[in-house]
Design a protein around this ligand. Structure first.
Ligand code: IMP
Ligand code: MG
Length: 176
């Protein structure tokens, strides 16, 4: 079996998610918050984050695709499943699992912006700023990490490991 190294335990993640939720609840106190989770990667994070935001909110999901079963992005972001809701009266927060090249967040940000929400911000549990191909700064970031391919807590390798409750990396492949 490939050796793994745990990067963030489920406790570390829970603490961070709770801090993010408190901050967001405070910042959106008098606002009409609509969270848009980007599927599939963010579904575990969004499920925990929304319960850490102690106020009335609306949740929607969009499915985006850029990674295809591999560790490398195709560089193209596809909206696989769009929203149906009118955003004009909402303070929208786009939530993703991780920002890598920045292509996904940037293109979704621009698309949502063109639909004229009251306000628009972004949140990601993880950020790899050294990997940016386009300039993009996220408003709420859980953990900033180096250039590592990470897995678990919604993040996949191939089609697997999204269900793992912590975040890990695979170490060097074993010699056969
Ligand atoms: P970006 O468009 O290059 O910023 O990539 C964002 C998307 O790629 C995220 O929504 C993830 O689904 C996926 N991704 C980026 N880095 C990783 C990683 O380290 N592990 C698993 N998925 C990743
Ligand atoms: Mg994704």
């Amino acid at each position: 079996m490939r050796e793994r190294q745990i990067l963030f335990s489920s406790n570390q993640i829970a603490t961070k998610v709770s801090e993010l939720g408190k901050q967001i609840a405070q910042d959106y106190e008098n606002k009409n918050l609509l969270v848009i989770g980007l599927l599939k990667g963010s579904f575990v994070f969004v499920a925990d984050l929304m319960r850490a935001i102690d106020k009335k909110i609306v949740i929607e999901f969009m499915t985006t695709s850029s990674y295809h079963d591999a560790e490398h992005s195709t560089g193209r972001v596809e909206i696989v499943q769009d929203l149906e809701r009118d955003l004009t009266n909402f303070d929208v927060l786009i939530v993703d699992d991780i920002i890598d090249s920045g292509l996904t967040m940037k293109s979704v940000y621009e698309l949502i912006k063109s639909r004229n929400p009251n306000s628009l911000k972004t949140c990601a549990l993880l950020d790899k700023p050294s990997r940016r191909k386009v300039e993009f700064e996220c408003d709420y970031v859980g953990f900033t990490i180096d250039d590592l391919f990470i897995v678990g807590y919604g993040l996949n390798y191939g089609d697997y490991y999204r269900n793992v409750d912590h975040i890990f990396i695979f170490l060097q492949e074993d010699e056969e």
